[in-house]
Design a protein around this ligand. Structure first.
Ligand SMILES: *Cc1c(COP(=O)(O)O)cnc(C)c1O
Length: 424
């Protein structure tokens, strides 16, 4: 029986769920350029000790520290809502539920991992975090978390988003963080891309290279990753854990779980605790991961060892990838513009437990507009991928008469991304 404490609501978990001990096999470990598994010394040049521990642990339950739980209490448990109006408009026998991760001040699920990462850095006596951000959600979440735990923050922001979303920069600045458009002249990796193209739109891979380069050159700062890693997927598991109890309260259990995928973390968050139940023989669920057609990592990428960044500074991970040099066009869902995919999500796709699909920007923004009018919440452009898939599945249920119970993750709100909806 999982333990929950009454502090901050009966639903707020006291432990994270680690999917790894339940998997029939593990993804191959990260390797260095020579092909041998990377040791802890490589990771400790970049990450605080608590994060490394969370990255490698094989314990099925990992305690959440009191300081982090206190911070979670500001916005967790997050609501799980039945989209009654949407069901009515779609005239579907399906029940549609969504877990809404946009209720925290930064507006997305990213705070779930930003808080423990800032806490672990502060605990190790580190004074500054350097990171990248795509659309700006990660930088926003981490700026609040760093502010809470007394750390400085430097953010390399993908240039396309930096220009599209100036309010994100204001948000990060207001919480004490500094923001640089990436590629920048501040690092060698950034400079080399600017040389080729002074108007380079940037990519998450390049911004990661810049952040990692800065951290490797400095002793008292550490790096922080907003998605992809096993530790981040671990932190996000609180989404699915809360959902299990909330669905129970509603007297229902999902037959299908849907999430959008950029690096894979919000999808992992809602899916992994349910995947544990499937793997232990207690459930049967269809899992759908939705990505943009212009960054089709799971539907068209290859499963192989590849760098996490664009300049080859990180270890290589066994993951679905479009190639570390892939630069996706600047779509509105900036948070989904990543060339790779979390090794754990990649592995589950390979095992056939997750079905990937790809949708066009036109289709998902249409679904986002519909959702805004019907449910009254304006979704992040990333989250509209999950909404579009949920709508398609519900329409499909109308045709087949199947009694589906659909649960999707509404990973964030779009109130700081209104420009995405402006010209369409
Ligand atoms: C960052 C982000 C994503 C994509 O990242 P994942 O790691 O795949 O979850 C999706 N939705 C929102 C709102 C985001 O901020």
């Amino acid at each position: 029986m999982r333990r929950f404490s009454s502090r901050g609501g009966a639903l707020l978990p006291t432990e994270y769920t680690n999917i790894k001990p339940f998997l029939p096999s593990l993804p191959p470990p990260p390797v260095g350029t020579d092909g041998s598994p990377v040791g802890p010394e490589v990771l400790s040049a970049l990450f605080p000790s608590g994060m490394i521990q969370h990255e490698i642990t094989m314990e099925p339950r990992v305690p959440i520290s009191d300081q982090v739980r206190d911070a979670y209490k500001v916005y967790r448990p997050s609501p799980l809502i039945r989209a009654v109006e949407l069901e009515r408009v779609l005239d579907t026998p399906a029940h549609i539920y969504y877990k809404y991760e946009g209720t925290n001040p930064a507006g997305s699920h990213k705070s779930n991992t930003a808080l423990p990462q800032a806490y672990f850095a502060a605990k190790d006596g580190i004074s500054r975090i350097t990171t990248e951000t795509g659309a700006g959600q990660w930088g926003s979440a981490l700026s609040q978390a760093c502010n809470r735990f007394g750390l400085d923050l430097d953010v390399f922001m993908v240039r396309a988003s930096y220009l599209q979303k100036p309010l994100r920069k204001t948000f990060i600045n207001m919480h004490g963080g500094k923001v640089y458009a990436s590629p920048s002249k501040l690092t060698e990796s950034g400079g080399s891309f600017l040389e080729k193209d002074p108007e380079h739109p940037g990519s998450l891979g390049i911004a990661i290279s810049e952040a990692v380069e800065v951290v490797l050159a400095e002793k008292r700062s550490c790096y922080s990753l907003g998605s992809v890693s096993d530790a981040v997927c671990l932190h996000q598991s609180i989404i699915g854990q809360e959902s299990i109890l909330q669905m129970e309260e509603m007297g229902e259990y999902p037959t299908e779980i849907i999430g959008c995928v950029g690096g894979g973390s919000n999808f992992a968050g809602i899916a992994f605790p349910f995947i544990e139940q499937v793997l232990t023989g207690n459930a049967e669920i269809k899992f759908t991961a939705v990505e943009p057609t212009v960054c089709p990592t799971l539907t068209e990428g290859k499963l192989k060892y590849d760098f996490g960044d664009a300049s080859g500074l990180t270890p290589k991970y066994m993951m679905y990838t479009l190639g570390a040099g892939f630069v996706p066009p600047p779509i509105h869902a900036g948070g989904l513009r990543y060339h790779g995919m979390a090794p754990l999500v990649s592995h589950l796709v390979k095992l056939g437990m997750i079905d990937p699909i790809a949708y066009t920007q036109e289709k998902v923004l249409e679904a986002g507009k519909k959702f805004t009018l019907i449910e009254g919440i304006l979704p992040a452009p990333e989250s509209t991928h999950a909404i579009a898939a949920a709508i398609d599945s519900a329409i499909d249920a109308r045709r087949s008469g199947e009694e589906k119970i659909i649960l999707f993750n509404l990973s964030g709100h779009g109130y700081l991304d209104l420009a995405a909806y402006e010209n369409d």
